[in-house]
Design a protein around this ligand. Structure first.
Ligand code: NAD
Ligand code: ZN
Length: 250
């Protein structure tokens, strides 16, 4: 803990790369942990363009279930501690999560003032995109996935909407990725919180910090492929670690 706090105290710029694990203690299931499965489907077989082309109703049914579950979740102490650091201009959050909990935390902390930016690498589960014209909309309404006819449609062209997230096998927005990489490359410290570091580019973003002389601090109850490259590694949960690590340091 002392080593991590010292690294953070001396850091001019900090990035935090987060994954599903940071939201686990808010009640959002991770893909690879307990409770991640839905009716015995593996997420890797549902969160793909092929799955949606084959059976859009089934994929929307899964997303409708996840949207309802996530809508009940609130940011936890780890989201809030990071949001406070971001609000003070000391850190930028780069997330793989689609739950908007970092954005919610930023809004809570800003309390009416300007809200710190969050880089969402994989989009948001509360956004939809038209499969034909590409129109995007923010939408938290309950999705009725009982039939194709009841699935959400585009307001502009009437075609089927899809979840506004990046699926397995799809490319990230180059502009978003570029921004994340640039920030990581010039960061003095990269915190990696709750990501299995199996799904790219989370792991490679942290390595950019390292290659440029910065330090990597990992927080994950389990060892990951990134652990060997981390300067400090906590085998503990996000809410146990992040608030203590950041308190009075950043
Ligand atoms: P993952 O499910 O592959 O891994 C989660 C990691 O979090 C694991 O390494 C696990 O050990 C760790 N973890 C579990 N509980 C934790 C806790 N309390 N504190 C800290 N760490 C904890 O998640 P991933 O690496 O983010 O990749 C999965 C992909 O699925 C991502 O691309 C993401 O977009 C998507 N996803 C998002 C959400 C979300 O938005 N909350 C949830 C599930 C999956
Ligand atoms: Zn459209």
């Amino acid at each position: 803990m002392q080593r991590g706090r010292t690294l953070l105290q001396g850091a001019k710029s900090i990035v935090a790369v987060t994954g599903a694990g940071i939201s686990a203690e808010s009640g959002v299931p991770t893909f690879r942990g307990a409770g991640g499965l839905w009716r015995n489907y593996r997420p890797e077989t549902l969160a793909t363009p092929d799955a949606f082309a084959r059976d859009p109703r089934l994929v929307w049914e899964w997303y409708a279930w996840r949207r309802e579950k996530i809508a009940e979740c609130r940011p936890n102490a780890a989201h809030l501690a990071l949001a406070e650091a971001a609000h003070r201009g000391r850190a930028t959050v780069i997330t793989q999560n689609v739950d908007e909990l970092h954005r919610d935390a930023a809004r809570i902390v800003a309390n009416g003032a300007a809200v710190a930016d969050v880089i969402e690498l994989h989009g948001s589960i509360f956004r939809m995109q038209c499969t034909r014209c590409g129109a995007l909309r923010a939408d938290r309404a309950v999705v009725d996935a009982t039939s194709i006819a009841t699935l959400p449609k585009c307001e502009r062209c009437g075609r089927l909407m899809r979840p506004g997230v990046v699926w397995f096998g799809e490319a990230l927005s180059p502009a978003v990725l570029e921004r994340a990489c640039a920030l990581a490359a010039r960061a003095d410290v990269c915190l990696v919180i709750g990501t299995s570091a199996v799904v790219q580019p989370a792991a490679s973003i942290a390595l950019l910090t390292r290659e440029n002389g910065g330090a990597v601090i990992e927080i994950n109850p389990e060892e990951t492929p990134l652990t060997a490259h981390a300067d400090v590694s906590f085998r503990a949960t996000a809410t146990e670690t992040v608030p203590r690590l950041l308190a009075n340091t950043v």
